[in-house]
Design a protein around this ligand. Structure first.
Ligand code: ADP
Ligand code: ADP
Ligand code: MG
Length: 511
């Protein structure tokens, strides 16, 4: 194997907060950071922060951040010896990783071969079964026709999930409660899959109920070392997409952590995984863990792990990519305290999470002990409708969950984003909710405990409180004006000749 050289310049094939995160790691390692940007991102922070920046095309992702030829051409032209893909966009595209390999550019991530296996959920599941990694009961391979789907579902037991082998980001998952629904969903899902991938690659899984999503952060180097960096509890989701992530999970003790962590490393080794990745599991009420997939990239929620381990995951990614060996043993890793992340999206939680985009005339980011904000926001920036709705991640650290929770909640109150709607009101409600406080979580947490309604009630209460305060202020003001007029009329009194005295008296009388 060719020994990779030390990386001196990284092209960041991404935008937004994750591009900034990678630029920072480059700075810390004295590596040149090279940003690329679309028409839409000319004034974006990642363009302002990078050492160099290059325009790569129009606003639609297919013409810029997904344009493989253009990105490779730019990397070669400007002398980037490595590319970091971030998350989303080309990060899990094995064709892109393969192009980088061919062009002699270091792809900061796994090999294209490993990515091909993790990118096809069904192929991956088959390998996991062989490696004795527990998986969710369901079909042994992709399901070609509706009759096969019916037979397998009858055996697995309804409800079942129809999943696309190439799904991601919560997309491509459909539920069927009975045979009739299965027939309908199967047709629709097949069509969708064919349109997107040219083939219908559906498989069936039993729909597990009352489950948690718990994942393990992994690191594997080219010297055969594999480590897990503990778990993240990601059960708070909406439509299979994560909203809040934290660690430690209330249902994972050190024995389970060690046990499932080892399974996670084994899962990654079964596909010859390299660099940072995540093994995702579902955990049922009985405490059984089922592997669902490996995400072959840096994840949105990686800061949660960074805060409790003290490690810099992007730095480690770069070191592994340039052939370095992981320099700590599994037993040396200690989990310190607790960390919580809220994904702040430019969506209106009061309006079915409709996208909310446009100018942010002003904003105020929170600071303080144990607070980290990963965001591309600045006063006067624009949130584009072309890209991911994630605009900020608010992450808190505390010595224990309670300290992290209070810090997170108070920071949410300080966070002000003008001009657009965000998911902050929902997080304020969650952070004070009894079931959340007691760690009673499941992937249907939002619906199960009526969190949206709780948020609406809280907002109405707040509006009423503000209205009452406004009325009180108005009354006070008009009363004061009347008082002043009276005093003006009685201005023969030597004391009331001074407005200041009048005000003082006025305040005193009311208190
Ligand atoms: P995580 O596991 O870190 O939560 P997600 O699965 O939510 O990651 O995906 C990370 C980002 O990548 C998200 O912002 C999502 O929009 C994007 N993404 C992931 N998979 C896809 C996909 N198949 N199509 C489009 N976007 C995707
Ligand atoms: P994606 O690639 O879109 O992230 P995943 O397979 O990781 O898809 O699943 C995303 C989410 O969907 C999980 O976190 C969980 O909430 C739900 N889910 C997936 N598989 C199952 C299952 N078999 N039963 C119940 N829920 C599931
Ligand atoms: Mg997933």
């Amino acid at each position: 194997m060719e020994i990779p050289k030390k990386i001196s310049a990284i092209l960041i094939a991404n935008r937004g907060e994750i591009a900034l995160r990678i630029i920072r790691a480059c700075r810390h390692m004295s590596i040149k950071s090279i940003a690329v940007y679309s028409d839409e991102d000319q004034n974006s922070l990642h363009v302002k922060f990078a050492d160099e920046c290059y325009h790569i095309g129009a606003a639609p992702p297919s013409e810029s951040y997904l344009n493989i030829d253009k990105i490779i051409e730019t990397a070669k032209k400007v002398g980037a010896d490595a590319i970091h893909p971030g998350y989303g966009f080309l990060s899990e595209n094995e064709g892109f990783a393969e192009r980088c390999e061919k062009e002699n550019i270091i792809f900061i991530g796994p090999t294209s071969k490993a990515m091909e296996l993790t990118g096809d959920k069904m192929k991956c599941k088959v390998i996991m079964k062989d490696a004795k990694v527990p998986t969710v009961p369901g079909s042994d391979g992709t399901v070609e026709n509706v009759q096969e789907a019916i037979n397998i579902s009858a055996e697995a037991g309804y409800p079942v999930l129809l999943k696309s082998a190439f799904g991601g980001g919560g997309r491509g998952i459909r539920m069927a409660s009975d045979e009739k629904q299965l027939k309908q969903e199967f047709e629709m899902a097949s069509e969708e899959s064919r349109a997107a991938f040219g083939k219908s690659a559906l498989f069936i899984e039993k729909n597990l109920e009352d489950i948690r999503h718990i994942e393990f952060q992994l690191l594997l180097d080219s010297h055969g070392n594999g480590r897990h960096l503990f778990e993240r509890e990601c059960s708070i989701q909406r439509r299979h997409q994560k909203l809040v992530e934290f660690t430690p999970s209330p249902v994972v003790d050190s024995r389970i952590r060690e046990e499932v962590g080892e399974i996670a490393v084994r899962a990654a080794q079964a596909v010859n995984y390299l660099n940072a990745g995540t093994a995702e599991f579902l955990r049922d009420k009985q405490g059984k863990f089922y592997f669902i997939e490996i995400n072959s990239r840096l994840q949105v929620e990686h800061p949660v792990t960074e805060l409790v381990t003290g490690l810099d995951l992007v730095k480690l990614q770069i070191q592994i990519a340039q052939g370095e060996e992981i320099n700590f043993r599994q037993e040396e890793l200690k989990m310190q305290g607790a960390a919580i992340e809220c994904r702040i999206n430019a969506e209106d939680p009061f309006l079915e999470f409709a996208p909310s985009v446009g100018l942010v005339p002003d904003c105020n980011l929170p600071y303080g002990p144990g607070i980290r904000v990963d965001s591309y926001l600045y006063p006067g920036c624009t949130v584009s409708g072309y890209y991911d709705s994630l605009i900020a991640k608010l992450i808190s650290w505390g010595r224990d969950f309670e300290e992290a929770r209070v810090r997170e909640r108070e920071a949410l109150k300080e966070f002000r984003i003008e001009g657009i709607s965000t998911t902050i009101p929902l997080f304020k409600t969650i952070l004070d909710e009894q079931n959340f406080l007691q760690g009673r979580l499941s992937t249907d947490y939002l619906e199960r405990y009526g969190l949206i309604q709780k948020m609406i009630d809280a907002a109405e209460k707040e509006t009423r409180k503000n209205a009452d305060a406004a009325v009180a202020a108005f009354l006070m003001h008009s009363e004061f004006n009347q008082d002043s007029k009276l005093k003006e009329a009685n201005s023969y009194s030597p004391r009331s000749s001074s407005g200041w005295t009048g005000l003082t008296l006025d305040r005193k009388r009311r208190s």
